[in-house]
Design a protein around this ligand. Structure first.
Ligand SMILES: [Zn+2]
Length: 316
């Protein structure tokens, strides 16, 4: 009896002591606002860490945050608003080519003949751009295969001093054109540039004539040259190699022109409306042959080249 009595007295006490903190979520000794709310609070912290750890990019059009993995899988097109985000030159060429066989023009390096200094010396600016992009110049030339076609391709990297055309860009473009001419394979160029590079003065302006002469040699030999105008293309690049293609494609809403909107407005003393210098506006006015969504770009380039190179059994 005595044992039973102690059991019945002590058992409820021990049970209460041991079970109450577990069942009530350790509320003993805590005020009401310190009590954890398991479902909500844990979920919130989990979401925050996922966003913090995954590298992501903000869409410049709709401002939504997109993970870089999702962007790469979607060819740098925003999945929310279809805005075409910029691609680096190397990414673009690796995306276009099924097989890369080699690169041209790596031996050329920029000189500083004018000893040009603006807010900083030209060699310092070059070194900064090289560190930022991992590239040695603003134009990348790769050759290889697009499906069953041999092609020479080049692309401007706008992150490298605004994709500006200096003497090395001219050297590389001419070398690409000479390779296309020697092998009699098409040349494809993705243009994205602010124009000629002011730090090289007249030398950069001379590249307009050099590249135009190289394209003329392709035209005489009947070697196809296709230009894809991406956002933005301006200045000396528009005035030379970007407007001398056999076919001009453009990405949606790309800004394409010679002088910028503000300069023209100041010159003609008129306000220019929004579609001005957009790819769609230029398509209506016959400057561009077709505005192509990035998801259809590779297929469109291939079909055009196959037609120009008379490849049989390709539906154009
Ligand atoms: Zn967007």
């Amino acid at each position: 009896m005595a044992n039973n009595m102690t059991d019945t007295i002590t058992k409820p006490d021990t049970n209460n002591d041991s079970t109450s903190p577990q069942q009530n979520g350790n509320t003993a000794g805590q005020s009401w606002f310190e009590r954890p709310i398991p479902g909500i609070k844990q979920q919130l912290t989990a979401q925050l860490t996922a966003v913090e750890t995954e590298p992501s990019t903000k869409c410049s059009s709709c401002h939504s945050i997109i993970t870089n993995t999702a962007l790469i899988f979607n060819c740098y097109v925003c999945p929310h608003c279809d805005h075409h985000l910029p691609m680096s030159a190397r990414e673009r060429l690796n995306w276009l080519l099924d097989q890369v066989e080699g690169e041209l023009g790596q031996e050329f390096t920029a000189k500083d003949p004018l000893k040009f200094v603006d807010s900083k010396p030209y060699p310092n600016r070059m070194a900064e751009a090289q560190t930022k992009t991992g590239e040695s110049e603003a134009l990348i030339v790769l050759y290889g295969k697009l499906r069953n076609l041999d092609v020479v391709t080049c692309a401007f990297d706008f992150r490298f001093m605004g994709g500006s055309m200096g003497s090395v860009v001219g050297d590389r473009f001419v070398q690409a054109a000479e390779k296309a001419l020697a092998d009699r394979v098409p040349l494809v160029c993705f243009a994205a540039s602010g124009g000629a590079r002011m730090q090289e003065g007249l030398l950069s302006l001379m590249q307009m004539a050099r590249t135009a002469a190289a394209i003329e040699r392709l035209r005489i030999a009947g070697v196809p040259y296709i230009v894809i105008l991406t956002n933005p293309v301006y200045g000396g690049v528009t005035a030379s190699l970007a407007m001398l293609g056999d076919i001009h494609l453009a990405e949606p809403k790309a800004m394409i022109g010679f002088a910028g909107k503000r300069v023209i407005e100041q010159t003609v003393r008129e306000t220019l409306e929004e579609p001005f210098q957009r790819a769609e506006f230029l398509l209506e006015h016959g400057v561009v042959d077709e505005v192509v969504h990035r998801h259809q770009m590779i297929d469109t380039i291939y079909r055009l080249l196959a037609k120009l190179c008379s490849v049989p059994n390709v539906d154009v």
